[in-house]
Design a protein around this ligand. Structure first.
Ligand code: GLU
Length: 446
């Protein structure tokens, strides 16, 4: 049986590295198995969900290359959730509760002050008809809680191994709010059953939730899928990322010039037993993926590592991959040019500067004390340049001027490119051409 997985973001914010990691792990697993990847938009919270966020997250997933086979919105499926709620009501598995949130807060505070866990007291289960009538007369409407069994729920988590959640030690979860709207818990189970999800892959902040949801799966008669709860992302200081996630959204990273594959390489490898290296394709990441490689410790996310992977990725990127992007920037797209400059790029856009050096007229930089030397270099430069020119030419210059090492090479680099660092000069020189080179060595624009 081929696996069916879902990535289920809520369109209440932008896609960030935390939820992209969940999407990526789902994708790598299911593509490796030839299964189906479903994008589920968890938009039951109509007040906070927006179409703009939904469109944005779809665009981000496409940009990352994380394509999906099917997509649907929870907001289109309220009739299914109503039917499921009716079924649970008939079974006596959900029960009405009338406490206000202030009353619940107070109860929790009292329990905490007594050193007890703040578990809901189940008063809603024992209401008399008279009490219910009194609440309703006050204008209160009930919220509905799922009655947990009080037993241990056990499953073999693909990442965490055997898990056991004592449902007696957690509150009965609220499934339906007093205004009739659904929290995420029930719709998620209904959808997972209807979509025949085989594996729920999500962050470990959902582990307790899974204990309750497994009982809901069972109550609704659906098969219980497998679970894989991945450790959460933390910063390099070991602290949670939540405060910084705004700046780690896909649109921000895209704006900074980070390549999607740098993001996927990092998020696919951190927290695993594999080394953190740039990969040129999702295919390769997919072939290397295994749940068994994911460790139990939090995965450390370091932006410096993202920058490093970004440049490493560019250094090995093939011309075929970038040809259209170079053309889109109006850069004469030649393979030689790309191979010459790619190792000097931190961000792809840096290529614009190197194209200006190689393809446009400009003046280099010549210090006063190097003017004579550079003029001499211009005289000695042959009319046709090839891969050997640099070494024969600088050899002749060394002989003629007595200069060597840095004082020989750096002024030439500065005069020809205007920069102190850059591509290998033996390859750069023939691409630059004799006319440009001579003019720049003479201190002219060329
Ligand atoms: N919308 C939920 C979230 O973003 C989905 C969790 C799940 O995968 O079940 O946390």
């Amino acid at each position: 049986m081929k696996p069916i997985v879902r990535f289920a973001p809520s369109p209440t914010g932008k896609l960030h590295v935390g939820n992209v990691r969940t999407a990526l792990i789902n994708w790598l697993f299911v593509r490796g198995e030839g299964g189906t990847f479903i994008l589920r938009i968890d938009d039951t919270d109509v007040g906070r969900s927006t179409k703009a966020y939904e469109d944005g997250l779809k665009e981000d997933l496409k940009w990352l290359g994380l394509n999906w086979d099917e997509s649907f919105n929870q907001s289109d499926r309220f009739d299914r959730y109503d039917a499921a709620a009716d079924k649970l009501r008939e079974q006596g598995r959900i029960y009405p509760c009338y406490e206000t949130s202030e009353e619940l807060d107070r109860q929790r505070k009292i329990l905490r002050s007594q050193g007890k866990p703040p578990i809901y007291n189940r008063d809603g289960l024992n209401l008399s008809e008279a009490q219910i009538a009194a609440y309703e007369a006050e204008g209160r409407t009930p919220h509905w809680r799922f009655k947990l069994s009080g037993k241990a729920v056990v499953w073999d988590d693909v990442v965490r191994g055997r898990q056991s959640i004592e449902t007696g030690s957690i509150s009965d979860p609220v499934l339906i709010r007093a205004d009739g709207s659904y929290l995420y818990t029930l719709p998620s189970v209904v959808d997972d059953i209807d979509a025949k999800i085989t594996h729920i892959i999500r962050g470990e902040d959902h582990v307790t939730n899974s204990g309750a949801q497994i009982e809901i799966f069972e109550a609704l008669g659906g098969p219980v899928p497998g679970f894989a709860h991945t450790p959460l992302l933390v910063g390099k200081d070991g602290k949670g990322l939540s405060k910084r996630l705004g700046s780690l959204s896909m649109d921000q990273l895209r704006e900074q010039g980070i390549e999607p594959l740098a993001i996927c390489s990092l998020l696919g490898k951190i927290g695993t037993s594999d080394p953190i290296e740039a990969r040129q394709s999702l295919e390769q990441l997919k072939d290397e993926f295994a749940f068994s490689k994911i460790g139990r410790a939090p995965a450390r996310f370091d932006e410096a590592e993202l920058d490093l992977l970004n440049s490493r990725l560019l250094h090995d990127m093939s011309f075929e991959v970038v040809e259209a992007r170079l053309k889109a920037l109006d850069i004469p797209a030649s393979e030689d040019f790309w191979h010459l400059v790619r190792a000097n790029l931190g961000k792809f856009e840096d290529v614009v500067g190197w194209s200006a050096v190689l393809h446009t007229s400009m003046s280099g930089q010549i210090a006063d004390e190097d003017k004579e030397f550079c003029a001499r270099a211009a005289d000695l430069l042959p009319a046709t340049l090839n891969a050997d020119t640099w070494s024969t030419w600088t050899g002749a210059l060394k002989e003629a001027t007595g200069r060597k090492g840095k004082s020989l090479f750096l002024p030439l680099r500065m005069a020809l490119t205007g920069r102190g660092r850059g591509p290998e000069m033996d390859k750069l020189l023939p691409l630059l051409g004799a006319d440009h080179a001579k003019a720049r060595l003479k201190g002219e624009a060329g």
